[in-house]
Design a protein around this ligand. Structure first.
Ligand SMILES: Cc1cc2nc3c(=O)[nH]c(=O)nc-3n(C[C@H](O)[C@H](O)[C@H](O)COP(=O)(O)OP(=O)(O)OC[C@H]3O[C@@H](n4cnc5c(N)ncnc54)[C@H](O)[C@@H]3O)c2cc1C
Length: 389
């Protein structure tokens, strides 16, 4: 019930506006979001790396509707990758995660005329912001694969590249989307990452995007972009099938439970079924996958993973745990002490609102933490007996 409410809020424009202007809003995001700038993200990454963690940096943003916003987001990722690559403390331990709807997955072909051009030609020329302008989008491209420009210029055929599951397929929903723009924009980021030998993970969003995201990933894979990976959600009925496909391909997978509201038709609803599927897929990935990321804070899932790994004598260096910044920090430290690889997903940026609402949906007790933080900055702070910080 509360979960549904917070997921509803995550997508609600009015609630978003209200929250962003509320006193203490920034403070409340800080427990789960590293800050608003690239420097904030890199500083958090530096601290974590110094304590033995791996990191995935996420520049917050999703569901962008214009090409200019999508181009600006890609530019920021390019700056971020250049900064990671130039820092010897970070380059071996830090990668990035991005959402395809932030890169333009929801931009429509029919929008072109309203924006005065766009498509591949628009990529890289407009919309830079926040110190990200002037960054070359070329990159060296590394070995293998066609050049970004050549690929982006290809006609985006509307066909399934990633095998659809025989049962439980999610919608394809591909009629009016500007796939060519998306490709051009993402390939700019991937070329820079590949030039520096850095890895880019595509986060997974709701089911309207599942098949498209997997197709998109497969397209890039076939073109030689191997510095990318996907996310599978154990609440989805199709994910076991997708895990098998990913293993056959040798693609890197992050396994998580899933953070969106999905209908019964596509997703298991009871936690017990989501957990059972998580464990089944975890086993497949650990045994047959390519350096999988097991992303959970659930003690039962952590235990099952450790037991399976130990029982099958799988070296802990062949996979990693992943957790979110600011969540279950005691568990995070414990896993590092025990010698496991653990990557912390560190979000930063101004667009923290939907991310924060999803974290509250997962654990409504987080809402109390947030309310507490807001009150500490409010006129009622005297109730806490010390000055707000
Ligand atoms: C690194 C990483 C990347 C992710 N990427 C994606 C993605 O691309 N797409 C997607 O849909 N989802 C993503 N998620 C979110 C994920 O799907 C879950 O919503 C989230 O991790 C909560 O599930 P859980 O496995 O931790 O267990 P749950 O069953 O939700 O919780 C088990 C226990 O974990 C602790 N816990 C869980 N969540 C929280 C929280 N927010 N605050 C405090 N304690 C908590 C609590 O003790 C809780 O009882 C990601 C999660 C991680 C860790």
């Amino acid at each position: 019930m509360l979960r549904d409410f917070f997921i509803f809020l995550s997508d609600n424009a009015f609630a978003r506006r209200l929250s962003l202007t509320a006193p203490g809003a920034r403070t409340m995001s800080r427990r789960f979001v590293a800050g608003e700038t690239i420097d904030d993200g890199l500083n958090a990454a530096r601290d974590l790396v110094a304590s033995g963690f791996f990191v995935s940096l996420d520049y917050l943003g999703e569901s962008v509707r214009t090409r200019a916003e999508a181009v600006a987001a890609a530019d920021t990722y390019i700056t971020l990758l250049e900064r990671i690559a130039s820092d010897p403390d970070l380059r071996e331990k830090v990668n990035v995660s991005l959402k395809l709807t932030q890169m333009g997955q929801d931009v429509r072909l029919s929008q072109r005329e309203h924006e005065g051009g766009g498509g591949v030609d628009g990529v890289g020329r407009g919309g830079s912001r926040g110190g990200s302008s002037g960054v070359s989008s070329g990159g060296s491209g590394g070995g293998g694969g066609a050049s970004g420009a050549a690929i982006a210029a290809e006609n985006s055929a509307s066909r399934s590249l990633w095998p659809r599951p025989p049962k439980h397929a999610t919608p394809e929903n591909r009629s009016d989307w500007d796939e060519e723009f998306l490709r051009g924009n993402v390939i700019r980021v991937l070329d820079v990452a590949r030039g520096h030998d850095l890895f880019v993970r595509f986060d997974m969003e709701g089911t309207p995007h599942t098949q498209r995201t997997l197709d998109f990933f497969r397209y890039l894979w076939e073109k030689g972009y191997r510095n990318t990976g996907i996310v599978l959600q154990s609440y989805l009925r199709r994910s076991e099938h997708d895990a098998t496909e990913a293993n056959l391909l040798g693609a890197r997978v992050r396994l998580c439970k899933g953070a969106y509201n999905e209908p019964e038709e596509h997703a298991f609803q009871p936690k017990a079924e989501v957990d059972r599927n998580f464990i089944d897929i975890m086993k497949r990935l650990l045994s047959d996958g390519n350096y999988p990321g097991i992303a959970t804070h659930d003690p039962a899932m952590l235990r099952a993973t450790r037991e399976y790994s130990a029982g099958h004598e799988l070296p802990p260096s062949g996979w990693e745990f992943q957790m979110l910044y600011g969540i279950a920090r005691d568990l995070q430290n414990q896993l590092i002490t025990e010698g496991y690889n653990l990557r912390v997903y560190v979000p930063f940026g101004e667009a923290w609102y939907p991310y924060l609402m999803r974290r509250m949906a997962e654990r409504p007790a987080n809402a109390m933490f947030v309310v507490n933080a807001v009150l500490r900055e409010s006129p009622f702070r005297f109730l806490f007996g010390r000055k707000a910080h």
